[in-house]
Design a protein around this ligand. Structure first.
Ligand code: ATP
Ligand code: MG
Length: 304
């Protein structure tokens, strides 16, 4: 990983004797879209609120941009944009007027309003009262507000919650563009694996306050188990060869050989041997455990 943007170590938050976040370690590199994934009540919002300095950790440390959050709170927070829960806005005011109110507080140039409206594709709607906006448009306005201060880090807590599929799609494509087009690192939380899989490049899986898994999406996909299924003319005779190739553990089910996933070289050797011994090979299939199954296995299995 290149430059670290967020590093949280042994982070803990206890409410009334119960740990909402427990010895959590989290690492986010510059330019990443980090998907913070966990079921309801896992501790995502609590973690995010600690990262934004909104609540104080019971123990543990948070470094952002290489500095301790507790000691350099204001300069650090000035470089972060965030949307936690639904955005607040004045319904009777237009998008521009809502953004103008925030712009004054942040003291950024007026021209920035048109820029952020363009980034979130609200140009053309900016004069309408926000109370007439769809949920997706309101959410995009919230992201526009978070982008006003030209943050280097954007933290979004469940930004697609409650949106319909097209609204989800809009937010997702918006988030995916941010690192390359705006140079922004993104932390986005969700309770849906499919969401995270489609927008993030790195994933942290949290459950019951603990980080169970943190790696790239590509690694997660590779780790999801699966098997290799072979349909051959004489399965019983082929079983011995398949067991040699797989190092044991081959099942014979409905006339098909079921092998654990083995590497390409071993598959090639096995197929060559089968062909050389006169077997006809009808089908070679790989079945991947779905990520959803793998996710449930991680969450239900506790620590990995
Ligand atoms: N202020 C609080 N006081 C007491 N308990 C709290 C408080 N905030 C959160 N909790 C508890 O901490 C745990 C984690 O909650 P949190 O809101 O962080 O989860 P989450 O992952 O964001 O869930 P969701 O997907 O529902 O938003 C829950 O058991 C919750 O009840
Ligand atoms: Mg939450």
């Amino acid at each position: 990983m290149n430059e670290t943007v967020i590093r949280a170590a042994d982070l803990r938050k206890v409410y009334r004797g119960r740990a909402a976040v427990d010895e959590l370690n989290l690492n986010i590199g510059k330019g990443q879209i980090y998907g913070f994934l966990g079921p309801n009540g896992a501790g995502k919002t609590t973690t995010i609120r600690m990262l934004l300095g909104l609540i104080k950790p019971t123990s543990g440390s948070i470094d952002i941009f290489g500095q301790e959050l507790q000691k350099h709170k204001l300069p650090i927070l000035r470089r972060i944009g965030s949307l936690v829960e639904s955005p607040s806005y004045y319904g009777h005011l237009s998008a521009v007027d809502n953004l103008e109110a925030i712009r004054r507080i942040l003291d950024v140039p007026k021209s920035r309003i048109a820029e952020v409206l363009d980034i979130v594709s609200l140009t053309g709607e900016e004069k309408r009262p926000v109370k007439g906006f769809s949920l997706g448009m309101k959410q995009r306005l919230g992201i526009a507000a978070a982008l006003l201060g030209s943050p280097e880090l954007l933290i979004l807590d469940e930004p697609t919650n409650g949106l319909d599929p097209s609204g989800i799609q809009e937010i997702r494509s918006l988030i995916k563009r941010l690192p390359s087009e705006q140079g922004i690192t993104v932390l986005v939380s969700s309770h849906l694996l499919s969401e995270i899989e489609q927008m993030a490049d790195t994933v942290g899986i949290i459950n019951q306050g603990r980080m169970l898994y943190e790696d790239t999406i590509a690694h997660l996909q590779a780790q999801a188990a699966g098997d290799l299924r072979l349909s051959v003319s004489e399965p019983e005779a082929a079983l011995v060869l398949a067991e040699a190739a797989a190092g044991g553990r081959v099942a014979l089910r409905e006339g098909r050989l079921i092998l654990p996933r083995i590497n390409d070289a071993r598959v090639a050797i096995l197929i060559r041997e089968l062909v050389e011994r006169g077997h006809d090979i009808y089908r070679v299939e790989e079945r991947r455990q779905s990520l959803e199954e793998f996710f449930l296995q991680i969450v239900e299995g506790g620590a990995s």
